[in-house]
Design a protein around this ligand. Structure first.
Ligand code: FAD
Length: 454
């Protein structure tokens, strides 16, 4: 299929870049990646890269296709549900699914990144580090690069360039010069900060390891994901400004007081709290929607570069990996007819990327606020009962997104239909025994087709 002399230039050796490179090389292409950061196997990873990610069905599928999932199993911790921490320190476990195989998997971003780069290099992918892409010539296809250590500027010519350079993509910036390029970037007015819960004696987890821990507090929240070494990677989500915000908690002492008042059971598990709080930067979160994603056969945006989303559905990486699955399917179907492959890729993925962007924003409210609301918990109970009675037909939105590979746009639309049904069924009752099953059955048969028929 490929012209063996064809070299594909990938910008960005984050998560999607090396994964895609592996499968392109397996199909006979030569692949070079240019990455602005130093090689994290040699240089200590900076804060912001040690965050944990939840990998679920879509991501696992892509890793399996690349032959990598089995080897990842030693660096993941399965999480079976959410563990909600109330202010009084009570714990409530909310399983993600009915089936014990319905888990999401906590993995360190840095370890995943390193594993992917090792696997890519083993396939013959050449990764150039400290090479920041500073621009791209849409006419000649030349990528401009600046060495971050030496400052030396070079250009690489390539017929096919793929921008997997993340939310602040330099390739996307160049594409803004294309007529009719549309871009919306919505910055969330919340920031995030990494913190750590230390491992206990003998490397034991100090909290339940097979859960994603959440301290939902309405306008803000803390979450913790397990690491294989017994520690937890925590993320504090807080508004940038306002009464309770990163701006107001501007010293270690104020932050500690705030934690003692709001997350009292977490504080004793965080011996390095003050240092973490003052040293780790405040990250920002953005939703990027843009189009087109490609310019003819020359250049394509993929992953966060094309569609950055906020992290609250745990799907950014999963969506970026699903991009790789889709692109490779099209390549296998059409061969290296890049214009066609890129065009059909955008047609297939754009609507789904937009859908998961919206779902991720909606899930923020659910995580920080609604998971602690008794009415929400009751609806969840009814949702699980409906799923048990109508498996494969009434599938909760969370499960469609996380444990299935139905298009995100379908999950969004069906999720809205099901939310409306749940509203109608639950609003006037307090107990599951009072559920009007006849009404539920009529609604489900009228409005939902089995998921497998889609
Ligand atoms: C706090 C937080 C929590 C998250 N949790 C989850 C989760 O639980 N599950 C999930 O699925 N997703 C999660 N995500 C989202 C996920 O991290 C991203 O969607 C994913 O990393 C996208 O992969 P990517 O390869 O497209 O981009 P990235 O992983 O960002 O990789 C881009 C790469 O390009 C490099 N680069 C950037 N600019 C240039 C340049 N000019 N020249 C050369 N190289 C460049 C970068 O250094 C980087 O290595 C989370 C994100 C955040 C911020």
């Amino acid at each position: 299929m490929p012209n063996q002399s064809e070299t594909i230039t990938l910008i960005g050796s984050g998560l999607a870049g090396p994964l895609l490179a592996i499968s392109l090389v397996k199909r006979g292409f030569r692949v070079e990646i240019h990455e602005r950061r130093p090689d994290m196997r040699r240089v200590r990873v900076s804060a912001g890269r040690s965050i944990n990610l939840a990998v679920s069905t879509r991501g696992i599928h892509a890793l399996r296709e690349a032959g990598l999932w089995e080897s990842m199993k030693s660096i993941i911790v399965p999480m079976r549900g959410r563990m909600i921490h109330s202010l009084a320190g009570e714990l409530t476990f909310q399983p993600y699914g009915q089936d014990p195989t319905e888990v999401i998997n906590s993995i360190s971003r840095a370890e995943l990144n390193v594993s992917l780069m090792i696997a890519a290099e083993a396939q013959g992918v050449k990764i150039y580090f400290n090479q920041r892409c500073t621009g791209f010539d849409l006419k000649t296809g030349a990528v401009r690069l600046r060495n971050e250590e030496t400052g030396v500027e070079t250009a690489v010519e390539s017929k096919t360039v793929i921008g997997a350079d993340g939310a602040a993509s330099a390739i996307r910036l160049e594409m803004q010069k294309v007529d009719q390029f549309r871009l919306s970037q919505e910055q969330l007015d919340y920031g995030y900060k990494e913190l750590t819960i230390a491992a206990g004696a003998g490397g034991k987890h100090q909290l339940e390891p097979h859960a994603l821990h959440i301290w939902p507090r309405g306008a803000y929240m803390l979450i913790a994901l397990p690491n294989i070494d017994g520690s937890f990677a925590c993320i504090l989500f807080l508004p940038f400004d306002g009464e309770i915000s990163f701006a107001s908690l501007d010293s270690e002492e104020k932050a500690l007081k705030f934690f003692e008042a709001n997350f009292p059971d977490a504080v004793p598990l965080m011996p390095n709290f003050k240092e973490n709080y003052s040293t780790n930067p405040i990250g920002s979160m953005v939703t990027v929607k843009c189009s087109p994603w490609h310019v003819g056969p020359k250049v394509l945006l993929l992953g966060d570069a094309a569609h950055a989303i906020v992290p609250f559905f745990g799907q950014g990486l999963n969506c970026a990996f699903e991009d790789c699955t889709c692109l490779l399917e099209l390549l296998d179907r059409h061969g290296a007819d890049w214009s066609r492959v890129f065009h059909e890729f955008e047609q297939a993925r754009k609507v789904n990327a937009d859908a998961i962007a919206d779902l991720a924003l909606e899930n923020f409210v659910e995580m920080r606020d609604r998971v602690a609301d008794p009415r929400f918990l009751f609806r969840k109970k009814v949702e699980l009962a409906l799923e048990a009675k109508y498996p494969g037909i009434f599938v909760p939105k969370y499960a469609m997104v996380t444990f299935h590979r139905v298009p995100y746009s379908v999950a969004l639309a069906r999720g809205r239909t099901q939310d409306r049904m749940l509203g109608e069924l639950c609003d006037s009752i307090e107990r599951i025994e009072d559920l009007d099953w006849k009404k539920a059955e009529a609604m489900i048969h009228r409005e939902l087709t089995p998921l497998e028929n889609l």
